[in-house]
Design a protein around this ligand. Sequence first.
Ligand SMILES: [Zn+2]
Length: 126
Amino acid sequence: MTTQTIEQSLKHATTLGSLEVAESYLSGDGRLFHGIDSVECGGESIQYINTGDTYGSTVCQDDYGNMWVGSWGDWYEFTESQQNERNHTVTCGNCGKRTDLNRDKWSDVICESCERNVSTGELPPA
Ligand SMILES: [Zn+2]
């Protein structure tokens, strides 16, 4: 199946009203899916048809019923960066927890959870 056909199928599937119906429709093309999953980011969540590929195009649905073609990985990164901007936090590259943006430069921030530099993962000089 061509990429264009897959994109068209995915686009049509977003008009079907529910992820279950969309999955059933898309399975008609012979594609295999891994069920419907959900992902949560800082209190916001979506559901998606699991293709087994974090950044692969699939059908996603938010808590308000809006459906779109996208990947859950892209949604997660976008949502996390928006929340960090709103809350003046950064996500620690070492432990993955969020910490206050307590320095001028992101690369100078020391994580409040693991106490390492969020950029390098190194312990600050004593
Ligand atoms: Zn950390």
